[in-house]
Ligand binder design. Sequence first.
Ligand code: THU
Length: 126
Amino acid sequence: MKPRLVSEALAVRQRAYAPYSRFLVGAAILSNGQVFVGCNVENASFGLTCCAEQMAVGAMVAAGQRRIDLIAIAADPLATPCGACRQILAEFGLEALVILVDPHGHCQETTVRELLPQAFQLPLKP
Ligand code: THU
């Protein structure tokens, strides 16, 4: 499954809309055997930019899934998720495996827990 997720993240990265930063990011989530992808979508009003990871999480939740088993994130050079994305990933997969890749074959593995130690969690979470 890892190679499939990596190639999906690299493929969706090429569809990113990033005319302002020119920094293309793709994300592919494995959830219950299903794959959900997202790319960054920028806006002329810069603060409205949506990160690739958030778009992939939205696609997963909209399809009725709520657990991230693995997420591959493609950028050039390799990039770790921003702070906001770490918290959003933690909501659905604190133990998820995170694979960072670039289009040149470089690859690094970590976990959401490692990226966001002591993540904030509401005690009343369902
Ligand atoms: N970006 C992501 O898509 N994910 C991150 O975790 C960090 C940043 C995007 C947002 C923006 O379009 C571009 O990368 C440069 O910040």
